[in-house]
Design a protein around this ligand. Structure first.
Ligand SMILES: Cc1cc2nc3c(=O)[nH]c(=O)nc-3n(C[C@H](O)[C@H](O)[C@H](O)COP(=O)(O)O)c2cc1C
Ligand code: SF4
Length: 662
């Protein structure tokens, strides 16, 4: 058999374990959803990780879990590794993963400075250097006795994991949790033998590794995760990280390079590389590791989405295996599809951070310590509607129906795909000359490349499934009725809102959607009215193509409704762009051919503009959808027209749900 990616699918022997290929699924704490209040695993989590193993990865890593529930837990989704009553569930988990042909691993950590008193009985966090956090929380300097205890906790946890059937684990030395805090030259300011030189800063992580080895022996594999850059002035960088790994090479079996720093807000969208970063941004770490003569297998993570990149990096000797988090949330079948030459079927991740932030309990605009239980929602994926509901089966259709879908945006395409996958005959009507709806603009914006890939995937999937597409076809009730469908799903979407601002109908005023697509019609000096997601992205796009932009927002903040991590990067990009100036608490009063007048707390201001771009939200086309209600025995609405304008995740899930009901 001709294998498309021979290096990626070459088995890897590490110690006594043989990995079937070079694909690791990276730890994802949020994926440990459905824990009981005691921190026991539930069936839903087991199914989630079983699916990753069934998807063909060689190593399936569970998300970070604390070695110490008294002082080390750092968030709400910590699986309990201290309680013997959780062992049966963990054993079920390892069984499920092993049965599916992968090797089960789990990341273990101690939160150190960023341990979370709300889940640690109110106790102060401990760290190499004591301090007061921005939220007023006191952090105690860790004593030598406490270091000894923590080392024991790591060792006992590994032993516990062995009992649960794990043959390896991932030690979390990255992202500046406790082990990373010790190693970090920026964070560890101790003057004793535990701080200062690399040798001293490495002393505690080495003690932990030695203690683990004494407890679990040589055959239990230890993979060590480290940040190749902490993204902080004076922080750990790749050369020192490699030197450290060389110091512990005899104690660990694999090194895993990530990046970022729990304590630096702006490094968050680098730890989970955003759409503004290129693919594989951590490849250089693997190259450095090899240059430093690191002999143990090197794994890199971070925006590895294409099997071609993974194959190339391994073939060129830049790493020995690749780890992926969002890539396999978006498509758990990534490995199987790549192996079987079905690369074009891989569903791409759009880097929206929904999987991270919807379950994260983060506060709007909050800092690194701003968690709350109130906003904890759910673990879900924008492009993969099955995430979070994997235990609900979708049976094939018992009776083949003719399904007419009105609207070729994301909801319409997803409804069409799911209906066709279930065996229905599907017709998709779209009034424009292309599919894509509101995500069509991604074709024109450099940093929306992940969204563009997803849109193209939807279109190609529609084609693969033989769905009949009617482009340039304005669906009317008469047209639809004439084809006698059994089901109509209306996905008419939403339309940009034009509020009644005097002058807004002027020829120098355009909608954001048009500004993205028809860049040549946008003048040099631009005022963008509305700084939600669309307004901010439009401002960045226009600045990138050489326009001078003033971004006007009525609210006190820009991007108020943007997700936590996406907002960090979006706001930073706007604030640091010399071609964008931002005016908040400014209400647009009128527009004319010279610009816009806004009212601010300081009084009226006139903003000169060649072009005024309006990004003031959209209005659901519900009436347009309702017009089709009586065209078939069964009728559903999906997407924006059903729930009001929302994001891609809602559109996809809504389209999927509608097609599951048939
Ligand atoms: C939902 C989610 C949860 C994550 N949880 C963890 C975690 O528990 N521990 C950790 O070290 N990294 C965690 N990460 C980071 C990933 O392991 C990975 O390093 C990062 O997302 C970059 O890889 P990607 O571009 O393939 O997503 C998480 C990422 C996501 C998306
Ligand atoms: S599409 Fe969004 S929610 Fe899904 S994996 Fe990617 S970042 Fe996470």
């Amino acid at each position: 058999m001709n294998r498309p990616y021979p290096h990626l699918f070459k088995p890897l022997q590490v110690g006594k374990l043989r990995f079937r290929n070079r694909i690791w699924t990276a730890p994802t704490a949020q994926a440990m959803h459905f824990l009981t209040s005691e921190g026991y695993l539930r069936h839903e989590s087991i199914e989630h990780f079983r699916n990753r193993a069934l998807g063909g990865a060689a190593c399936v890593t569970l998300g970070e879990a604390s070695v110490d529930q008294d002082r080390g837990a750092s968030h709400f989704h910590n699986v309990n590794l201290q309680d013997i009553h959780n062992l049966p569930y963990l054993t079920q988990m390892t069984d499920a993963i092993h049965q599916a042909g992968a090797i089960a691993s789990i990341e273990i950590e101690h939160g150190g400075k960023y341990a979370f008193p709300q889940v640690n009985g109110g106790r102060n966090p401990i760290a190499p250097t004591g301090c007061v956090l921005p939220n007023g929380q006191i952090v105690d300097e860790i004593t030598e006795d406490q270091m000894d205890e923590v080392a024991d906790h790591f060792a006992e946890t590994c032993h516990y994991l062995q009992n649960a059937g794990f043959k390896m684990c991932l030690i979390h030395g990255a992202h500046q949790w406790l082990l990373g805090q010790f190693l970090s030259p920026a964070e560890n300011r101790r003057k004793d033998k535990w701080g200062g030189s690399l040798e001293n800063r490495a002393r505690f992580p080495m003690m932990v590794l030695d203690r683990i080895r004494q407890r679990v022996g040589r055959d239990f594999l230890l993979e060590y995760r480290i940040s190749g850059t902490e993204g902080q002035p004076g922080g750990l960088e790749i050369d020192e990280a490699c030197e450290f790994i060389k110091m512990v090479e005899d104690k660990i079996d694999m090194v895993h390079f990530s990046r970022g720093n729990r304590g630096v807000l702006r490094s968050r969208p680098e730890m989970f590389p955003s759409e503004f970063m290129p693919k594989c941004p951590n490849e250089y770490m693997g190259i450095a590791a090899k240059k430093h003569g690191i002999r143990i297998p090197v794994i890199i993570v971070g925006s590895i989405t294409d099997p071609e990149d993974a194959e190339r990096m391994i073939a060129e000797g830049h790493c020995d295996a690749v780890a992926m988090a969002r890539t396999v949330i978006a498509d758990p079948e990534w490995a199987n599809k790549a192996r079987l030459g079905k690369r074009e079927e891989i569903r791409p991740c759009i880097k929206c951070f929904n999987c991270l932030d919807e379950k994260n309990g983060r506060i709007f605009g909050g800092g690194i310590t701003s968690f709350t239980r109130d906003v904890v929602k759910r673990y879900a994926c924008s492009v993969n509607p099955r995430i979070g509901i994997e235990t609900d089966g979708i049976p094939p259709a018992t009776e083949k129906k003719v399904v007419s879908i009105i609207g070729g945006g994301p909801a319409g395409m997803q409804a069409a795909i799911t209906a066709a996958e279930r065996g229905h005959e599907v017709r998709l009507y779209e009034k424009s000359d292309h599919l894509g709806g509101q995500i069509f603009f991604a074709d024109f914006v450099s940093f929306k490349y992940p969204l563009m890939e997803f849109k193209n995937w939807l279109i190609s999937r529609v084609g693969q499934l033989g769905i009949k597409v009617f482009l340039n076809t304005e669906a009317t009730p008469e047209l639809i009725e004439a084809s006698y469908p059994d089901v109509v799903i209306a996905c008419t979407g939403s339309r940009p809102d034009l509020p009644p601002i005097p002058g807004i109908e002027g020829s120098n005023v355009m909608l954001a959607a048009n500004a993205f697509v028809n860049r040549e019609t946008v003048g040099k000096k631009v005022v963008v009215v509305g700084a939600g997601d669309t307004g901010c992205e439009c401002a960045l796009h226009l600045a990138e193509i050489g326009r001078d932009v003033t971004l006007v927002e009525m609210d006190e903040f820009i991007a108020r409704r943007t997700g936590y991590t996406q907002r960090i990067v979006l706001v930073e990009k706007i604030e640091t762009n010399e071609h964008i100036s931002c005016i908040t608490r400014a209400c647009c009063k009128r527009a004319d051919d010279r610009g816009v007048t806004v009212e601010t707390p300081e009084g009226e201001r006139f903003l000169e503009a060649d072009t005024i771009v309006v990004a003031l939200g959209t209005r659901a086309l519900q009436d347009e959808a309702e017009a089709f209600r009586d065209c078939a025995p069964t009728f559903w609405l999906a997407g924006d027209c059903a729930e009001g304008p929302k994001n891609v995740r809602h559109a996809i899930r809504n389209g999927y749900d509608a097609a599951c009901r048939l």
